[in-house]
Design a protein around this ligand. Structure first.
Ligand code: GLU
Length: 171
């Protein structure tokens, strides 16, 4: 079963979510990842394998942030791999999402997005949903929150999602 941790506040976010992921390891998972925003730039670090492998990969990189989302994945759509690990990014790279569950109608949504020119870099149902949200945000010129509300009306499945938005600054 996957795990999700998120933090926003005055503390350094990365150590908080890393500790959270380690506490969730007992649930079982195949990969781990984190997304954070520093100086208006979204950063994603993710790796197949243990949280410690993701931690090693991220060491020395830009980890400063007061906002972060993190995930341990239990694959349902797409093999365990770096590229299928969460967070998954929107097409414009401004939204990152972690997701627990399954988007049952992801193939139909993916086809619609492919027809609109979207390109995907993973095999996950998760990436389809975050592309779909960004597509709605762009075409409706609405907020991320409103795009999520509209998108979820079309989504069939069972899911928990957490999204980080590059344009939303932490306190
Ligand atoms: N269905 C998603 C995937 O395969 C989420 C799996 C999970 O809940 O960890 O990436």
């Amino acid at each position: 079963m996957c795990g999700i941790v998120a933090y926003i506040g005055q503390r350094e976010a990365y150590p908080v979510v890393l500790k959270g992921l380690k506490r969730l390891e007992y649930r079982g998972y195949d990969s781990a990842g984190v997304a954070l925003v520093n100086a208006g730039k979204l950063k994603v670090y993710k790796k197949k394998g243990k949280v410690a492998e993701m931690e090693e990969f991220a060491t020395g990189k830009d980890l400063q942030s007061h906002i972060a989302i993190a995930h341990t994945r239990w694959a349902t759509h797409g093999e365990p791999s770096d590229r299928n690990a969460h967070p998954q990014l929107s097409g414009d790279g401004k939204l990152a999402m972690v997701h627990n569950g399954i988007i049952e109608n992801y193939m139909q949504l993916k086809q619609e997005l492919l027809n609109k020119g979207h390109q995907f870099s993973s095999d996950t149902d998760t990436e389809v949903l975050i592309h779909f949200i960004q597509e709605i945000k762009q075409s409706n010129e609405c907020s991320t929150e409103e795009a999520v509300r509209i998108a979820l009306k079309r989504v069939v499945g069972a899911y928990v999602i957490v999204i980080i938005d590059e344009d939303n600054q932490a306190p």
